[in-house]
Design a protein around this ligand. Sequence first.
Ligand code: C2O
Ligand code: CU
Ligand code: CU
Length: 456
Amino acid sequence: MSFTRRQILAGLAGVSVLGLGAGGARYWLGRPEEARTHDYELIAAPLDVELVPGHRTSVWAYGGQAPGLELRARQGDWLRVRFVNRLPEPSTIHWHGIRLPLEMDGVPYVSQLPVLPGEYFDYRFRLPDAGSFWYHPHTASGEQLGRGLVGPLIVEEREPSGFRHERTLSLKSWHVDGQGVFGEFSVPREAARGGTPGRLTTVNGEAAPTLELPAGQIVRLRILNLDNTLTYRLNLPDAEARIYALDGNPVAPRPLGKEYWLGPGMRIELGLRVPAAGVELPLRNGPLRLATLKSVDGGEAPGDWPAALPANPVPEPDLAAAESLRFNFEWAGALSTNTEQGGAFKFWQINGQAWDINDKSCAERPIATLRQGRSYIFELRNVSQYQHPIHLHGMTFKVLDSNRRKITPYFTDTYLLGRNETARVALVADNPGLWMFHCHVVDHMETGLMAAIKVA
Ligand code: C2O
Ligand code: CU
Ligand code: CU
């Protein structure tokens, strides 16, 4: 692939002339040019925060926060973000779940060249879908996401949704020790299994916070798993909660039930009936408390359950005419021979092919080529003993069925494929480009479990 034109653009963007004052404290600006337009300047930079009480952790922040600044825009609008890299290394931003042109997808050497320290890059794209999305780099992901470069992107519905209150809860577990010092983001022994877990679990960057919610109201909770590794087994015992959306797409509202498994990269939107003032509800991961939801009196009349959220304009795959493709997710288990010389470990592969994050030519060998405009059914077969949140860039797919659980078909960008599970998903290949298809357990992705799918 030729980068001539883009190289020129990157060259033009190469001078760091942004008006950071002497204090350097201007982390972001929101400057709408007109009422319905958003315009962010998003700076990625090192920042000291207190994750462990009494200790400093040097995270990497977007907009002066880790997890990053919440970006908000409205469905149908353009999102225009000037990404300014003040990190000590190259980076990019990928907009997880957003259906956008390849040039804006943030994959280095596929969408764009990496943005070098001191440079900036302008991302501009329209937002076709409303929902809870997120953003993160697609370069040195283990370390960059691990240090905190993950942030929510909320796309509001065009019309009021019926929820008067909402909260965003970004889940992340940090690879820090008791003094707040970062350890390894990926350990080969763990990468070859379920992935390397962080030890300190936080919600919005705080361990087990208490979040105040208005008594008697139905609050929209947007819960985002921005973690590198962990699948959270979300539950809200004794609460009245309904699922309104999964991974950025509305579903017919249904009770949360006992537990929902939210894999890395996945999101869930709940309606929660907040109990009477003074009551505290635990939000949990299995038996562990993630946060306390505390009801406080807001003096408002009680709210009612909003209707289902409006569907996004995702094209409906034509199942009768669809071509089927099979993807096997396999454990490769072989230590690559060149790791001493900087080669990547390869523990995982898709259809016998392991992606090498250090080999820029991998993207030139797509694992499948789809004809633009046609429908496809992907049969996703996990032939390993670990679960994989399988994510596709550029297009939203519909989950059809699974051999392991009952599925009510729904649209998503990430499907948590359980051990030895086979699931079928379908999509219309309507977005031309070269799209990454990978497991969102970051150290699985970085040790082979990634491929490129071409739509032409
Ligand atoms: Cu969150 Cu390649 O994606
Ligand atoms: Cu993505
Ligand atoms: Cu995986």
